[in-house]
Structure formats: structure tokens, C-alpha cells
Ligand binder design. Structure first.
Ligand code: SF4
Ligand code: FES
Length: 360
């Protein structure tokens, strides 16, 4: 069995996908096409154990995500366990399903931070994108309840063809909601989002305006709100260092308990994912074949193998390399040095005002 040796640093983050159940139907959802049903979800005790194992391994912060984590009645117990184990706890929510009573219980359980997703700054468009009438107003109400309880609040907005012209309005909305931070994340084309790629894809001109707009907004709002952004990588020259490098910084646990190096890793065939039901988190982090598959540089092909940027971007995203080239060891074709880059350039040019396929 592979052993990366004593110098392997621990992960700093754990993404706990507590459930795939979700009231919204966002067309850019990066969860897999086949969602894990409630019947296979880890039970409370298993998640409590995972939180303690994460802390012992060296994890600092846990992101409680989904789907909608509030769909789990035991969310408060899981938060209590994570907080008790010394983890910084961040709840990532659609805003649907969290009542003031539950917020009080989460506060009492030790929850540190809340992140609410928004779909747009205009109510009609936001509800249309979410596939849920009334979602916009409910998120605003929840934000007020969150701020009233002194939780730090981050707003997360996925940017795509339908809302890319309203980045400034979305930042303004986040300020009105009381957020101290906003994540402007351009859509990534994994899982369900891949089905909607053409409908989500902005034009190059839209992307250039939006990227410049984010820089302007950072200057305008400095000291009021932190603006983080995830680049629209189909339009980039170099790829993102996905996950900070495969198996280097964080791990995901799916609702059923499979531990993944990234949320889309199961799209790469042939990888052996271990379950937290059968292995400790430390054993998985150090020895799981899936985590070791793309550590280091020995797996790289040219042009990455001899590229001076390989220690910065790690060859880009393994899932994207597989999805677009059929070879998970290839350079991410977002990179202009990739022999497959033309395919990305062609896909980046096919954005159309098509109707979305919402998740059922
Ligand atoms: Fe990154 Fe590989 Fe492109 Fe170099 S060739 S910039 S390592 S993706
Ligand atoms: Fe899997 Fe990028 S999403 S490595």
C-alpha cells in the first residue's frame, strides 16, 4: 500500500456533505447526476465520529454542506460534535429550512459561521435560477435572523450567463444582507452543471467586464466587505490550482460516507474511494488509493511534467482534464499550453440563451 511518508501535512479543511437533499434546483449544481438518497446517508453517530477523527488528524475547519444541511434533523448534534472537537464550523445553506428556533439551537451548539447562497440581485431572476418561488425573500429574511444572532455571514453567488451583468448589484445585496464577505464564484462545469454548460456559459466580453468589475468593487468597498472570487477558467490562459492540489489541503465526505479528494472526483473512473464507515479519516488521508493517485508529480504528463508552473497549479483540475480529454493525467485543457486547449476555447464560445435544466 502506498504511504506518502511522514512529511504529508494534514488537511486543513473538511467538506462534510451531510445530505444531497435540497429544496432548490440550481442549474449550476456541481453535485453528481446520481444523488445519494436519504436511505444511504451516514447516521448521527458516524458523523460525530468523523468530526472527532478530523480534529485528531489536524483539520481546522469543517464546512457543513449538501444539498441543504438543514434537511437533516440532527444538524445541531453534528455541529455540537464538531465544535466540541475544536473545529471551526461553517454552515453552507440555501436559506430554506432554517427557522429562528433552529438558528438559536445552532448558536447554542457552537456554530461559528453561516454562508448563504444567492442566485441573483433581482427577485424574479433569482427565483427563476433557483427553481423555487419565494427563495429570494426567504434568504433575505434568514440573513436578517443570522445577523441578529451575531453570526458572521458570508454570501456566496455563482456567476453565469444570466446574472454576470449584475455583479455590482449582487455585492450591494450582500452588503444589505449584512455579510462581511462575498464569494463571487464563476460556474464550474461538473456534475449537473455540465448538462447546462451552454446555457450557463458567458461570452468572453461578459467575462472581461465582470473580472474588471470585481477589481473595481474591491477598491470601492474596501473595509466594508471582503470580495473573494473564483476565476471563470474556461476563459483563462492558465488553470486554477484545483483544491490547492489533489490530496494536499482538504477532503470531502459524501452523504453516504465516501471520502473524496474533491467534490467531482467520482467522475474519474477507476479510482478506489474508501469509506469513513470502514477506515479512519487518518487512514484515508494517508493511504487511500484515490488520495494518492495524483499526489506529487510522478503521474504528470507533458507539458506539465517539465513546466515551471507545475508546483503552482499542479497541472490544474484532474476532473476537468478527464471530462474534456478522457485522461485524468493530462494537463487541464484550460491551460493554453495543453494540446487540447482548442476544445476549451471552442466550448467557451458556445454560450446560448437556452432554457435551463433544473434539478428535480
Ligand atoms: Fe500548469 Fe501544466 Fe499548463 Fe504548466 S502545462 S501551466 S503545469 S497546466
Ligand atoms: Fe476534481 Fe478539480 S474538481 S480536481
Amino acid at each position: 500500500m502506498l504511504d506518502p511518508g511522514p512529511l504529508l501535512p494534514p488537511p486543513s479543511g473538511l467538506l462534510a456533505e451531510l445530505t444531497h437533499r435540497c429544496p432548490l434546483g440550481c442549474p449550476y449544481c456541481s453535485n453528481p447526476l446520481a444523488l445519494e438518497p436519504k436511505s444511504v446517508e451516514l447516521d448521527t453517530l458516524a458523523w460525530v465520529r468523523v468530526m472527532h477523527e478530523a480534529s485528531a488528524l489536524g483539520v481546522l475547519h469543517v464546512h457543513l454542506s449538501g444539498g441543504e444541511p438543514a434537511a437533516r434533523r440532527d444538524l445541531e448534534e453534528i455541529v455540537r460534535a464538531a465544535s466540541g472537537a475544536g473545529l471551526y464550523t461553517n454552515l453552507i445553506t440555501s436559506g430554506i429550512g432554517l427557522t429562528p428556533v433552529r438558528l438559536d439551537a445552532l448558536k447554542e451548539a457552537g456554530l461559528d459561521h453561516i454562508q448563504i447562497s444567492v442566485q441573483d440581485a433581482e427577485q424574479g431572476s433569482a427565483d427563476r435560477i433557483a427553481g423555487y418561488a419565494g427563495a429570494f425573500r426567504r434568504k433575505q429574511k434568514l440573513a436578517a435572523d443570522v445577523v441578529a444572532r451575531c453570526f458572521p455571514l458570508t454570501v456566496n453567488a455563482v456567476i453565469h450567463r444570466a446574472n454576470i451583468g449584475r455583479v455590482a448589484d449582487i455585492v450591494e445585496l450582500a452588503l444589505e444582507m449584512g455579510a462581511g464577505r462575498i464569494e463571487i464564484a464563476h460556474a464550474q462545469y461538473y456534475g449537473w452543471a455540465l448538462k447546462n454548460r451552454a446555457a450557463l456559459m458567458p461570452s468572453r466580453a461578459q467575462v472581461e467586464v465582470a473580472v474588471a468589475e470585481v477589481e473595481r468593487l474591491r477598491a470601492v468597498h474596501r473595509g466594508r466587505i471582503v470580495i473573494d472570487s473564483v476565476a471563470p477558467d474556461y476563459h483563462a490562459r492558465y488553470p486554477k490550482p484545483c483544491m490547492g492540489g489533489w490530496g494536499r489541503r482538504s477532503l470531502n465526505v459524501t452523504p453516504a460516507g465516501r471520502a473524496l479528494p474533491c467534490h467531482a472526483a467520482e467522475s474519474i473512473p477507476g479510482l478506489d474511494f474508501w469509506s469513513v464507515a470502514e477506515h479512519s479519516l487518518e487512514d484515508i488521508w494517508r493511504h487511500s488509493p484515490a488520495f494518492n493517485a495524483f499526489r506529487g508529480e510522478a503521474w504528470m504528463r507533458e507539458p506539465c511534467r517539465s513546466c515551471e508552473r507545475r508546483g503552482q497549479d499542479f497541472g490544474g483540475c484532474r476532473c476537468q482534464a478527464f471530462l474534456l480529454t478522457g485522461d485524468a493525467r493530462a494537463a487541464d485543457p484550460v491551460c493554453h499550453l495543453s494540446p487540447n486547449h482548442e476544445r476549451v476555447a471552442a466550448l467557451a464560445a458556445v454560450g446560448e440563451d437556452e432554457p435551463y435544466l433544473h434539478r428535480a
